[in-house]
Design a protein around this ligand. Structure first.
Ligand code: NAD
Ligand code: UGA
Length: 337
């Protein structure tokens, strides 16, 4: 294991067990925001990431706000290779976000990476968490386990029917986590959060809204995959982070919970709003609808409200403005792609 910025083993990890948490996938989009919020709240954060999910410049940018904090420790390593138990001693909660996240790239030979990072890594992490006496694991799951929302908003009791290999691995991961929590003798509890398309500053560069904003800034066309009438329930990253914090102490034992907004918007309408914000229409071209891409997503968030007190707080236009301003300030459009 390659350790970066690891603190001396002075026993401090054990000093206040309830204040020590782990964030896996900490160099990623959502994980980097969650770690920063936990640090703001006074937690000591051990971040684990193999630092291979993004180009180096993106990894450094994502880690920068956390690395400056003395309560942050980064462990560089693959979850399927790192010996996790020593790192989990005295840990109260693990937020497990590490995964291979793209829907459309999960076909073909890359599937082995998805199996490793999404399924095997989750199994090994849960096993180590139980053996280390971790109280709670909050797992990042995905709307992709549903396979679409053709008949209105989906609830957690809908039959999962993923359309992509990625969705299959996320379903396996959340169910593995729940199985570990239900294991005889387990004291560990699990909340699996099924996020619906998350956006905001630092959003992954393969995702729609990042690409729309880059197109608006560079004036180079984005390819809309399909007719653009497919809909997504777009969730602002602050809401996804808040859901994780609420899931930390909620009174549940083994639960899956939708984290979306309850509002679903066609891709072409998102392009129009980004155009309004940019002050010019986003240049579009059209390509093939992609294998594994669900037509529509739409979350019923009643259970989230009932179980963890979650309500979305950021509407799409407001969230898009924040992401647009962030992209402009960070000169993302100036970076070679
Ligand atoms: P991301 O790619 O930005 O972050 C994931 C991080 O995990 C990366 O930094 C990567 O290096 C790390 N990682 C992957 N495999 C690893 C391994 N084996 N060992 C150690 N580190 C590893 O992705 P994101 O968009 O921030 O997504 C975070 C989580 O949320 C993922 O579990 C994803 O499936 C889930 N999710 C995301 C969205 C979304 O819209 N972004 C929606 C639903 C679910
Ligand atoms: C997103 C995340 O990427 C997944 O990690 C996550 O699991 C999933 O949400 C989820 O909700 O569970 P996706 O909905 O495909 O997946 O998000 P985007 O990549 O932003 O795509 C949204 C829509 O825009 C899709 O229909 C896609 O085909 C389309 N799109 C995307 C384009 O038309 N052009 C692009 O360049 C990118």
């Amino acid at each position: 294991m390659d350790r970066m910025q690891v603190k001396p083993d002075d026993g401090s990890l054990m000093a206040q067990p309830d204040r020590q948490v782990v964030v896996t996938g900490v160099a990623g989009f959502i994980g980097s925001h969650l770690a920063r919020e936990l640090l703001n709240l006074g937690y000591r954060v051990l971040g684990i990431d193999y630092l291979a999910g993004h180009p180096q410049v993106v990894i450094e940018r994502n880690l920068a706000p956390n690395k400056i904090d003395k309560s942050f420790t980064l462990v560089r390593g693959d979850l399927t290779e790192v010996s996790l138990i020593p790192w989990f001693q005295g840990v109260d909660t693990i937020f497990h976000l590490a995964a291979c996240p793209g829907v459309r790239g999960s076909w073909g030979k890359d599937f082995a990476r998805y199996v490793s990072s999404n399924i095997l890594a989750t199994h090994l992490l849960m096993d180590a968490a139980i053996r280390s006496g971790v109280r709670r694991v909050v797992v990042s799951s995905s709307s992709s386990i549903y396979g679409g929302a053709s008949c209105g908003p989906v609830t957690e009791t809908n039959l999962p029917a993923p359309l992509s290999p990625y969705g299959v691995t996320k379903l396996a991961a959340e169910q593995l986590a729940l199985a570990h929590a239900r294991r005889a003798g387990s004291q560990m509890t699990v909340v699996a959060l099924r996020y619906f398309t998350v956006y905001g500053p630092r959003q992954r560069e393969d995702m729609l809204i990042s690409r729309l904003i880059t197109s608006a800034l560079t004036k180079k066309p984005i390819t809309i995959l399909g007719d653009g009438r497919q809909r997504r329930d777009f969730t602002f990253v602050e809401d996804a982070v808040r859901a994780n914090l609420m899931a930390m102490h909620a009174d549940v034992e083994a639960e899956v919970i939708n984290i979306g907004t309850g509002v679903t918007t066609p891709v072409l309408e998102v392009a129009e709003i980004v155009g309004d914000i940019a002050g010019m229409a986003v240049p579009l071209k059209f390509g093939q609808r992609q294998a594994g891409d669900v037509r529509d997503t739409h979350a019923d968030v009643s259970l989230a409200r009932a179980k963890i007190g979650y309500l979305p707080t950021v509407d799409l236009r407001s969230g898009l403005k924040v992401q647009f301003e962030w992209a402009r300030a960070n000169k993302l459009a100036d970076r070679p792609t």
